[in-house]
Ligand binder design. Structure first.
Ligand code: SAM
Length: 218
């Protein structure tokens, strides 16, 4: 068994995706740990993480690097954010989450990982965390809100020019009366002036409710 490097900090072990555990011996969501050549890897579950699903489905624009500074909107309990933290091992992940319940589980994850910072805030209220978040190279947004494009536009002030936004769109949170394709098109049209579209990835069979989009700030 070997860990084959796919992208910076992202590996394939047999047919499974993995990141190197930055908090040895610790699991975040019950994921499997694998020891290989003196390193510990966390297997990355595509049914629990849309970023893992997108990578397995052939995402090309994987721009996360060791020194990435990431603004993560909708960090929940840290499932995907912790893998992003493993990748950005010399950078930082600013984790915005407005649910106190999720935050209670996220805080210990951040305490074990020096590069993850929890922010109990609504991603609409950017002024509440603008003093805490520096210029970022990446925004990762996965919020189940009605105004997903608007939230990304507000937070784009933190993203450097040419920086990448990973935008997970959940049509059902926006408008259940419209066809998902219609909702996706409208959300992307709203972002057109600020971002160029880099890539769209379908998440089936891992997830059928979201569209995974990569955008680049103009
Ligand atoms: C689908 S979950 C995110 C899952 C997470 N990205 C992962 O892969 O591990 C969506 C999260 O967004 C949070 N959320 C929704 N609207 C938000 C807002 N306006 N500000 C901050 N968090 C929000 C929810 O509380 C929830 O935890």
């Amino acid at each position: 068994m070997e860990a084959k490097r796919l992208f910076d900090g992202i590996y394939r072990i047999n047919s499974r995706l993995a990141t190197e555990n930055s908090s040895r011996g610790r699991k975040v969501y019950g994921e499997e740990l694998v020891e290989l050549d003196g390193k510990e890897y966390r297997l990355w579950n595509p049914y629990r993480s849309k970023l893992a699903a997108a990578i397995l489905n052939g995402l090309k624009a994987v721009k996360f690097e060791a020194d990435s500074v990431v603004l993560y909107l909708g960090a929940a309990t840290g499932t995907t954010a912790s893998h992003v933290g493993d990748i950005a091992r010399e950078g930082a992940v600013f984790c915005v989450e407005f649910s106190e319940r999720n935050m209670r589980e996220l805080i210990p994850v951040c305490e074990e990982r020096q590069n993850m910072l929890p922010l109990l805030c609504d991603a609409n209220d950017v002024e509440k965390y603008s003093g805490a978040v520096p210029e970022c190279s990446i925004i990762y947004q996965d919020v189940s809100a009605r105004n997903q494009a608007e939230i990304l536009k507000k937070n784009a002030q933190f993203l450097k020019r040419g920086g990448y936004a990973y935008f997970v769109i959940k049509s059902q949170s926006i408008d259940v009366s419209k066809r998902p394709e219609q909702v996706f098109r409208k959300e992307l049209a709203e972002l057109h002036g600020m971002f160029e579209l880099v890539e769209k990835v379908d998440l089936e069979p891992f997830d059928s409710l979201h569209l995974f989009v990569v955008l680049r700030k103009k």
